[in-house]
Design a protein around this ligand. Structure first.
Ligand SMILES: Cc1cc2nc3c(=O)[nH]c(=O)nc-3n(C[C@H](O)[C@H](O)[C@H](O)COP(=O)(O)O)c2cc1C
Length: 391
């Protein structure tokens, strides 16, 4: 019987049966280790994935949002990445119920969130977001502003329905990201995450499907990464040198789940290297299933490749603790509990550094505490009804 499993040693085999006590020890040993992102020490390896909730009328996070996040921090989440929050540009968002990361009242609300999360022992970064061309049909932007993107194209369109961004637009949006990052540091957040994933503005530049520009911001992967790299550099310049800058990216896009930024590790490196040089401290590699290998001839997932190619801290995500993809949740589908063995095997091999958890933490504010304590029998299946509340 194995009483102690040294971290960093790969002892798993499909033929070894582990007792519940051994599984609990292994989970605690791997997930309870602190992690470092630039000047920040995260108390353990469990992060809360960013999840838009739309419970902030006027863009102001209220007391219910404060307790929603602080409850999870007090119950073991080491790093909270907030829901996407709009940066201060008229074209950044569409909904008046999505929180904003600019404006006096909005930032005062966020300061309370950060304070409460710290009181619970957690750390927190806002996810800074500009939706670009992703707009729901018929919805009006808030405040009313034209949809903008690299080429004014929505995903799947060949003809523009929005405006291609001018140099002035680019400069203004870059400035808005930097201002929100400065505000994050000023009001007590522990870092920032730039939303460069899922087909929103920054990703619209990264992906050839929506970026048809012929200027310096379009063309090969390095040119397509220029806008993102300029945002990272502007943020980096605005905040203290040890203030963590996280960049979230994905291959998949809203309404194009099979889309890919990179078909090979070499192509991925071309996209990520300029971002790493511009000052990214950690990459958050968004996938729907963390156990799926990203490229042929290797078991590494997207976060694993990201860490290998850039040497930066990597956060994985996608169906942690659950069987069934997150996008099904929006059609009301639940998901059953999935064991953590494969995740822990990958952590043991140092494939990535932190693990972000989405739906499982929506459903159960105490998920992290239960996992860190080895109370796996208390984990419940995911019920999509949790989308409707801020409990
Ligand atoms: C309700 C909901 C809202 C989401 N909003 C965001 C968001 O604002 N920003 C983002 O980068 N990802 C967002 N996502 C994706 C999650 O961060 C995460 O990557 C995804 O849910 C997969 O993790 P899971 O399988 O653990 O749920 C959202 C997911 C859900 C379920």
């Amino acid at each position: 019987m194995r009483a102690h499993i040294p971290v960093g040693t790969h002892l798993r085999s499909p033929h070894v049966t582990v007792t519940p006590a051994e599984a609990a020890t292994r989970a605690a040993q791997l997930l309870a280790r602190p992690a470092t992102i630039n000047g920040l020490t995260v108390p353990n390896r469990i992060a809360m994935a960013p999840m838009t909730r739309m419970f902030s009328p006027g863009g102001v996070p209220g007391e219910d949002v404060v307790s929603y996040y602080s409850r999870r921090a007090a119950a073991g989440v080491g790093l909270i990445v907030t829901e996407g929050t709009y940066v201060g540009h008229d074209s950044a968002g569409q909904s008046d119920r999505v929180p904003r990361f600019h404006g006096e009242e909005q930032l005062a609300g966020w300061a309370k969130v950060a304070e409460a999360v710290h009181a619970g022992g957690g750390t927190i970064v806002p996810q800074l977001w500009h939706i670009g061309m992703v707009r729901k049909a018929g919805d009006q932007p808030f405040p009313e502003a034209p949809a903008v993107g690299p080429s004014g194209l929505r995903i799947g369109e060949d003809e523009p329905t929005g405006r291609a961004m001018t140099q002035r637009d680019l400069d203004d949006v870059i400035g808005a990201f930097a201002e929100s990052a400065a505000a994050a540091e000023r009001i007590g957040f522990d870092g920032v995450e730039i939303h460069g994933a899922h087909g929103y503005l920054v990703d619209q530049f990264l992906w050839a499907g929506t970026n048809r520009r012929t200027d310096a911001y379009g063309g090969d992967p390095v040119s397509r990464a220029k806008f993102a790299a300029e945002i990272v550099a502007a943020v980096r310049e605005t905040v203290s040198p040890d203030f963590p800058v996280i960049f979230r990216y994905s291959q998949w896009k809203q309404e194009a789940y099979d889309a890919r930024l990179a078909e090979t590790p070499e192509e991925l490196e071309a996209v990520l290297a300029p971002l790493a040089s511009a000052g990214v401290d950690a990459f958050h590699a968004s996938t729907r299933r963390y156990w799926v290998p990203e490229f042929e001839d290797s078991d590494l997932n997207l976060a694993g490749w990201t860490k290998k190619l850039t040497g930066k801290t990597a956060i994985t995500v996608g169906s942690v603790g659950l069987d069934g993809d997150f996008d099904k949740a929006f059609q009301g589908e639940g998901a059953s509990v999935r064991g953590l063995d494969n995740l822990l095997d990958r952590m043991e091999r140092d494939e990535f550094d932190l693990v972000a958890v989405g739906r499982a933490l929506l459903q159960d504010p105490r998920w992290a505490e239960k996992v860190l304590g080895g109370r796996f029998d208390e984990l419940a299946p995911y019920d999509a009804a949790s989308l409707k509340t801020l409990s």
